[in-house]
Design a protein around this ligand. Structure first.
Ligand code: SIN
Ligand code: FE2
Length: 213
């Protein structure tokens, strides 16, 4: 297990049938991705969503693409309009689309064309509890998750929430792709440890690409 997770840039590691870690796949593109994220944030800034149960999420979020993921007292859903601006979410930057498609293809999912990118910002202490991504229409489409900035521990479990989750250390530039038999696997992020990254400062940024509509 140690060898698996200490593998260097370019290594490809299976986490589960249908789930793969592409170590460092986004390292070269990262400065461009973060620059393009700045333009997205100028239109649709960070915000802390509220869960249907009324709790403020510790992760700050925004979206780009034709659909954005939302949570509020009414539930979880995708919406073409940013409720904070009353306008459509900013378009997916070309750098985002290209990275998502090439990572998916590398993992065996050809022709991935995401219409939604959920952007998560984890400040020290922020976490995401175990959940399934099930608000999308077509579960044959994979999920592509890009890690930028501070490292984090990714939990990757089973279809059943109670199944023991693998603890996967993720660093800047890592990409995880899951689909097929792993599409509905539970996953989450342990509370972020403080630190400083030259490109993001005191936070981790995660881009999650999906074909939602
Ligand atoms: C998510 O499940 O939406 C994000 C996971 C992550 O931040 O790596
Ligand atoms: Fe998720």
């Amino acid at each position: 297990m140690r060898d698996l997770f200490e593998a260097e840039e370019g290594a490809q590691m299976s986490l589960q049938p249908g789930a793969v870690l592409l170590r460092g796949f986004a390292t070269v593109a990262a400065p461009q991705l973060l620059g393009d994220l700045g333009a997205v944030l100028a239109v649709s800034p960070w915000r802390h969503l509220v869960t249907p149960g009324g709790f403020r999420m510790s992760v700050a979020m925004t979206n780009c693409g034709t659909l954005g993921w939302l949570s509020d007292r009414r539930g979880y859903r995708y919406d073409p309009i940013d409720p904070d601006t009353g306008r459509p979410w900013p378009a997916l930057p070309a750098s985002f689309r290209e990275l998502a498609a090439t990572a998916a293809a590398q993992a065996g999912f050809q022709g991935f064309e995401p219409d939604a990118c959920l952007v998560n910002r984890y400040d020290p202490g922020a976490r995401l509890s175990l959940h399934q991504d099930r608000d999308e229409r077509d579960f044959r489409q994979p999920i592509v998750s890009v890690s930028l900035g501070l490292p984090a521990v990714f939990l990757f479990g089973g279809i059943e929430r109670a199944e023991k989750a693998l603890r996967v250390p993720l660093v800047h530039g890592d990409v995880v792709v899951w689909g097929g038999p792993a599409r509905l696997s539970h996953h989450g992020i342990l509370p972020l440890k403080d630190g400083e990254h030259p490109l993001t400062g005191h936070c981790r940024v995660n881009l999650t690409f999906r074909k939602a509509g």
